[in-house]
Design a protein around this ligand. Structure first.
Ligand SMILES: NC(=O)c1ccc[n+]([C@@H]2O[C@H](COP(=O)([O-])OP(=O)(O)OC[C@H]3O[C@@H](n4cnc5c(N)ncnc54)[C@H](OP(=O)(O)O)[C@@H]3O)[C@@H](O)[C@H]2O)c1
Length: 327
């Protein structure tokens, strides 16, 4: 078994690489010249390195030759322009699928990492299910849905689509600002917007992804992959505060009032040609009541449950942030 992994240098991909290597599997990674290799440094001398990108079909064709399994994790979660989401998430996925199709019969499974954002926002009382009609509220979500369609309509190799919700854990810079805010004694309390969330600890996501790579029942299936613990933003922050041993004050954030902040941050970042964390897409994702999904299909068909308790995930995340001077 030899696995090609795209997106290995990123937050999620680097944990998938850890998992594959811990299982002693042969791994090939596709890296761009510009890729920052800091998270995968210990593995570099033990994996096959192929240079290229998902926007470069020739490099993908070369990287697919001789592998038996593929994990497609590369993707854009932030962008300076909306079109970038589609270039990387949709067209990049199309390139991956077309390259894999040239090796059909030799590749036994592709696991495609999608997102809950491709589905629809949902409150804890009525979580999103895989069979629901998608209602993406951001260009990111629409591009991830378009990527899923590329897989469903074009892929001639057995595949599995995984839709994680918000992912947290060591090496993540997305939730870092929230941990830093709590360390400064503030717990954001959104009013008129998001309350409940499904989440997944990144090591659970890596385990679920690699499990689906070979599980017979996962062939051709789409799954939410999430912790069974539904969290509130407040509850998540309270647990961070407890573990950091800091007192906190509520920071009231009426979501509608965030629109100008998001729009201004986006404009400034666009002028600086940098992707922004706060933008109008993020505003669209914040002004809904929740992003909760039901992961029972994955549990029933594959037997996989994201088992890390939130308190343990937060503990590991804080430890890593501290060791690396991020917090
Ligand atoms: N983080 C989350 O909360 C979350 C939630 C749901 C789904 N997801 C999905 O999980 C996947 C990974 O996300 P992440 O959070 O790990 O993002 P990330 O840290 O930004 O990593 C993105 C990875 O994709 C690679 N990549 C981007 N554009 C590429 C291109 N044109 N060619 C080749 N590689 C390219 C990056 O390579 P470079 O190092 O070269 O830039 C990097 O390895 C994405 O598909 C995302 O949609 C993430």
């Amino acid at each position: 078994m030899k696995v090609l992994l795209t997106g290995a240098t990123g937050f999620v991909g680097s944990h998938i690489l850890d998992n594959l290597r811990a299982r002693g599997l042969e791994v090939r990674v596709l890296l761009r010249k510009t890729s920052n290799r800091r998270f995968i440094e210990p593995h570099l001398s033990h994996v096959e390195l192929y240079e290229g990108g998902i926007g470069d079909p020739a490099s993908l064709g070369a990287a697919m030759a001789g592998v038996t399994h593929v994990i497609h994790c590369a993707g854009a979660t932030r962008a300076t322009r909306d079109a970038e989401f589609y270039e990387i998430n949709q067209h990049g996925t199309r390139n991956v699928i077309e390259a894999a199709n040239c090796h059909r019969g030799k590749i036994s499974r592709i696991v495609h990492i999608s997102s809950l954002a491709a589905s629809h926002p949902a409150p804890a009382a009525a979580p999103a299910r895989e069979e629901d009609a998608p209602v993406s509220v951001s260009e990111y979500g629409k591009s991830k849905l378009a990527a899923e369609k590329e897989v469903l309509e074009r892929c001639q190799v057995p595949f599995t689509i995984l839709r994680p919700p918000a992912v947290y854990g060591p090496r993540d810079d997305g939730f870092l600002a929230l941990f830093q805010t709590v360390r400064r004694h503030f717990v954001p309390r959104f009013s008129g917007g998001i309350e409940s969330l499904s989440m997944i600890f990144v090591k659970d996501l890596a385990e679920g992804t690699v499990t689906c790579l070979t599980h017979p029942a996962a062939e051709g299936r789409t799954y939410f992959v999430a912790s069974p613990e539904v969290v509130t933003v407040r509850g998540f922050c309270k647990e961070i505060a407890r573990q950091l041993n800091v007192w906190t004050l509520p920071l009231w954030l009426p979501v509608p009032a965030l629109w100008p902040v998001c729009a201004m941050t986006e404009l400034v970042c666009r002028l600086m040609e940098k992707p922004s964390l706060l933008n109008r897409q993020k505003y669209g994702e914040l002004r809904v009541p929740g992003w909760v999904c039901d992961a029972t299909r994955l549990r029933n068909e594959v037997g996989f449950v994201a088992s890390t308790p939130q308190s343990d995930g937060i503990r590991q995340t804080i430890a890593w942030y501290r060791e690396n001077g991020w917090l």
